[in-house]
Ligand binder design. Structure first.
Ligand SMILES: C[S@@+](CC[C@H](N)C(=O)[O-])C[C@H]1O[C@@H](n2cnc3c(N)ncnc32)[C@H](O)[C@@H]1O
Length: 270
């Protein structure tokens, strides 16, 4: 397994409940478009990979799809199984899925490719388990991202912590531009036909307290970095977070955090 894959696994381990209570909401925004892109509907055999607390799986189930879901982290699997009791839910870690070739009509992965060390190999695996003509759709964070997504990173840097060097680096031969063209090219290289990609932008509405809660609980790479600082450094990051949050605070006292994501989809080949 690559360095990023191992690191991603340790970052998510034990974070399921904190994720469900915090950053899951920002990842939920593109779910409707993601499910439309794979034609999720009655009877469609749909696999959601990296399902987290199960939001995509639950919405697919609400569309009467026949849902399976997997995640690398057992805590996430436990939550997803509760969210969608009738779904088949299990532990599996990209780039390897424990399913036969052509097992599904549709496969989704919402903000999961950001965390895998071998994205092309992982996409090829999504394609392998999708029947010829079936649909695959993925999201990931765009680079450059929205200003709201940068908020915590700015607070960390303002507190004097070099956050970029703490983020695991993907092997250069596996990396790709986080742009519409970059993701289209990656899907094509993974053997997924008719790839397309568009950018989705939205303002995530949350409270400053809720956004900070996700970070201090250690959710994701950025939260992991916050939570592993000494208490005085954490306090300094929080002080800068409070100052910088003012830029995004509306008259109602809530934050509107701009985010940008890439939504890519394509068709499995025979
Ligand atoms: C940002 S969360 C997204 C969760 C979910 N898709 C959603 O929309 O809420 C990323 C998820 O990917 C999972 N993950 C990370 N690396 C993975 C891998 N190699 N294979 C499968 N899941 C992975 C994490 O455990 C986590 O649940």
């Amino acid at each position: 397994m690559s360095e990023l894959g191992e690191s991603a696994r340790s970052v998510w381990s034990g974070q399921a409940v904190a994720y469900a209570e915090s950053f899951a909401a920002v990842c939920a925004y593109p779910i409707g478009d993601l499910l439309d892109a794979v034609g999720a509907g009655p009877g469609v055999r749909l696999l959601d990979v990296g399902t987290g607390s199960g939001n995509v799986a639950a919405d697919a189930f609400a569309r009467s799809a026949r849902v399976s879901a997997v995640d690398a982290d057992p805590g996430m699997v436990e939550l997803a199984a509760k969210a969608v009791p009738s779904a088949e839910v299990g532990v599996a870690e990209l780039p390897v899925l424990p399913f036969a070739d052509d097992a599904f009509d549709a496969v989704t992965a919402n903000f999961v490719l950001d965390h895998v060390g071998r994205p092309r190999r992982s996409l090829a695996e999504l394609g392998r388990v999708t029947r010829p003509g079936g649909r695959i759709a993925v999201t990931m964070w765009a680079v450059p991202g929205g200003a709201g997504r940068a908020l915590l990173g700015r607070a960390i840097e303002a507190a004097g912590v070099q956050h970029k060097i703490h983020r695991p680096v993907m092997a250069s031969e596996a990396d790709f531009p986080r742009t519409e063209q970059g993701l289209v090219d990656l899907l094509r290289a993974a053997g997924i036909s008719k790839p397309s990609c568009r950018t989705i932008a939205w303002d995530h509405q949350t409270s400053a307290q809720g956004w900070w809660h996700g970070a201090e609980s250690g959710v994701g790479f950025i939260g992991h970095l916050v939570a592993t600082q000494p208490p005085e450094t954490r306090a300094e990051i929080k002080r800068h977070f409070d100052l910088l949050s003012a830029e995004f605070t509306g008259p109602d006292g809530r934050l509107a955090l701009p985010h940008r994501a890439l939504l890519a989809s394509g068709t499995a080949e025979a």
